[in-house]
Design a protein. Sequence first.
Length: 259
Amino acid sequence: MTLIHKVSSDWEARIWFEGTGWAERRLEVTPAIAGWDSLSFRTYTFRSGQVIDGESATDEMAMILLSGALTMEVVGPGFSETWEMQGRPDVFTGPPHAAYLPPGFTYKLTVHADADCAYGRAPATGARPPRLMRPGEMGTIISTAYMAEQMTEVLTPDVTERLLCNETLMREGWWSLAPPDPDNEGTAATSTSNEVMYYRTRPESGWAVQRLYDDAGTLDETLTVRNGDAVIVRGGQRPIVTGPGAEVYGLRFWVGPIS
């Protein structure tokens, strides 16, 4: 079987939710598509006035509010809370809200303003409690020099069992996830786990170039990344450089060791 490295959004795609009607599922990366047994990733656009019911089932899951506003009612064993998320206008304006649920929980979303949402899921045992991560609670790292970027740590090992997430903003013509300096090993440039990297561009016609390769020479792919694309990373290095006249937003979900 030939493994694919990129999945593009279908901006016309729809999926039927019982009791809600049609919702817009833009992109889907399942374990079957990715060729692994853990991480899955999906993006949706929910419209103002819609009410969406969902569950974590046997997974831990995170919902990243890319933009919009909604209320999330969360119910599970010994737990019932309502979380308000007045989100940002777009992914280029500040950190997100992020909701984390362990296995065995249900939720209801009431959408107040059109909401773009990204979901990551991975098998888990339920060792961590539900949690709402607010923009002011996330750490942000700003790099300079030729690898200029702004990275926000959205889901960290103290919040989840295995599911991790960050966001990156990249200016035009700048690098991110460039290969590690030999004198500074252990950087985030090398992936050793299942990983999905989802991109938005400003303007929407913008683009970037991402290379996937390993030191053994068994992997060497160069991909053009456009607005709404997701890149599937199974290991190795994955530097990305933004094209002229474009800013690039990257949402990275990956599965780490059990924390």
